[in-house]
Design a binder for this molecule. Structure first.
Ligand SMILES: CC(C)(COP(=O)(O)OP(=O)(O)OC[C@H]1O[C@@H](n2cnc3c(N)ncnc32)[C@H](O)[C@@H]1OP(=O)(O)O)[C@@H](O)C(=O)NCCC(=O)NCCS
Length: 199
């Protein structure tokens, strides 16, 4: 890092001006619709899931990672969607982001961090992560969602739902393919699970 490079790690929900650029950074690595990414980032909050952004010189989003609880209220978390801007890789910024994320989790009382990776085992090993058994994680949010704003689409409020046409009937169920054929067509994705104790 040079004198001209001032880095900060911030929770994205506390600096919403970076949300759109953060979407673009994540999507440049793992393309998805912007709406899907925005939905993920807008879930960020102080009590998990939390998206942390790495900001360069108070203007450019150069990194992101997301911390989520594995079990609601438990002391283990999972880190996902770790990315550093391609122009800034290999400069130690991934380490800065991850170490700040660990410190953030520690401050929130968390004791162990899990992650899964397909080809970055070397990076995580340098940061002290060890290969472990796979964990079961569904990636959902246990919090009760905030009520929607009054935009005509409500949570079952009859005042609004009167104007919404009924949903289409469910699709007819298709005859199931034999399991062997399903297995044959399914791409096999190997992920390495890793973990680190942070107390
Ligand atoms: C993986 C990623 C976040 C690493 O960020 P980075 O800023 O390039 O990493 P750093 O420069 O901070 O590297 C930290 C340490 O890990 C090492 N390292 C980084 N990538 C490595 C790799 N692929 N294999 C082995 N070691 C690696 C570095 O040499 C450095 O070691 P040191 O601190 O002991 O000198 C970045 O390459 C990236 O965004 N990749 C694309 C997205 C991705 O694959 N994310 C991971 C999803 S699981």
């Amino acid at each position: 890092m040079t004198a001209m490079e001032f880095l900060q790690v911030l929770p994205v929900h506390r600096c919403k001006q970076y949300v759109s650029d953060c979407c673009d950074l994540i999507n440049s690595e793992w393309p998805r619709t912007k709406a899907a990414r925005l939905q993920m980032l807008f879930m960020s909050c102080d009590i998990f899931p939390t998206s942390l952004v790495l900001i360069l010189n108070e203007e450019q989003v150069v990194g992101h990672c997301k911390l989520g609880e594995i079990r609601f209220g438990g002391d283990e978390i999972i880190i996902e969607t770790v990315v550093i801007h391609p122009d800034h890789r290999g400069k130690g910024w991934g380490r800065i982001l991850m170490e700040d994320a660990e410190e953030y989790a520690r401050r929130k009382g968390k004791k162990k961090i899990y992650l899964s990776t397909r080809n970055q085992e070397g990076f995580y090993k340098r940061l002290g992560y060890e290969i472990c058994k796979p964990i079961l994680y569904f990636g959902f949010c246990d919090r009760t969602p905030e009520p929607l704003e009054d935009n005509g689409i409500s949570n079952g409020d009859t005042k609004h739902s009167e104007n919404i046409p009924p949903p289409p009937p469910p699709p007819q169920s298709q005859p199931k393919k034999p399991i062997t054929q399903q297995k044959k067509n399914r791409p096999v994705v190997y992920k390495t699970f890793m973990c680190k104790t942070i107390v």
